[in-house]
Design a protein around this ligand. Structure first.
Ligand code: GLP
Length: 253
């Protein structure tokens, strides 16, 4: 496992984007697993810059997103601020600004009428694509990947997950509150790739920033592997693992 410590959030994002770009350049039809949240924004910004200024080509790249709130999806009739779907986030932060083909973008459908069947289909699509070459991951404050809340099986597959109070609080503060959406209006369920699904990615790139995640970073990387901190499963992965941290997130290692 390579642990890279960068000075700040912007540098973390630039470094992570460089790693992603190296996969895209060496395998133009690579399959990327993508994440949402505040953490990857600087990474996506840098990828957009590389596309615009250096011609980084996404025309053959396929992407699979980790998760989506259940009950919401892109609704173009709603003003942007009222739509906190991860689908909308991905389009605004990255997908609308690069030359990726629409049919190569997979984001769990939060509006599906049959979540169970949909989750199986999503798993099959990942397999059909040949698996994920590089999975980008953030880290929740309670140590989760995607929406794999504490207690999720480390062998779990794509499924519906109930969100914990902490995750609802964190995501309310980071996104919903700013959009003036009542906390009671937040979806309490989500579709997420499982930890078992994530561990099948050939390579892993985890990015974390900020002092408030320093404790959980140390537990995840140096503590025991436990379903109470689902991202500690990173220690079980056998491919290339790169963890890019800013100095604050690395301060308890
Ligand atoms: C959410 C997402 C995760 C993300 C986490 C951390 O729960 N489902 O994929 O890693 O938040 O988010 P942030 O980067 O905003 O701290």
């Amino acid at each position: 496992m390579d642990i890279i410590i960068k000075e700040n959030y912007e540098q973390m994002g630039k470094y992570a984007a460089k790693i992603i770009a190296s996969y895209v350049k060496s395998k133009p039809n690579c399959v990327l697993g993508l994440a949402t949240g505040g953490t990857p924004i600087s990474t996506y910004r840098e990828l957009v810059r590389m596309h615009r200024e250096e011609g980084l080509d996404f025309s053959q790249v396929k992407t699979f997103n980790l998760d989506e709130y259940l009950g919401i999806g892109i609704d173009l009739n709603k003003p942007y601020d009222m739509d906190q779907s991860y689908a909308r986030f991905m389009h605004e932060e990255l997908l609308n600004h690069i030359n990726i083909k629409k049919e190569n973008v997979y984001i769990p459908d939060g509006l599906t009428k049959d979540p169970e069947k949909y989750c199986q289909w999503y798993e099959e699509e990942i397999k059909k694509a040949g698996g994920i070459d590089l999975q980008l991951l953030g880290l929740g404050c309670d140590g989760h990947w995607g929406f794999n809340e504490p207690g999720s099986s480390l062998a779990s597959r794509t499924r519906v997950q109930v969100l914990t109070k902490q995750t609802l609080d964190d995501n309310y503060e980071a996104f919903y509150k700013k959009a003036n959406i009542e906390r009671s209006q937040m979806p309490h369920f989500a579709i997420t790739m499982g930890i078992g699904t994530i561990l099948e990615a050939k390579n892993i790139l985890m990015i974390v920033n900020g002092a408030k995640k320093a404790d959980v970073v140390a537990k995840c990387l140096e503590g025991p592997v436990t379903s109470q901190i689902t991202a500690s499963a990173i220690q079980l992965h056998s491919g290339n693992i790169t963890v890019v941290l800013d100095e604050e997130a690395a301060s308890k290692l």
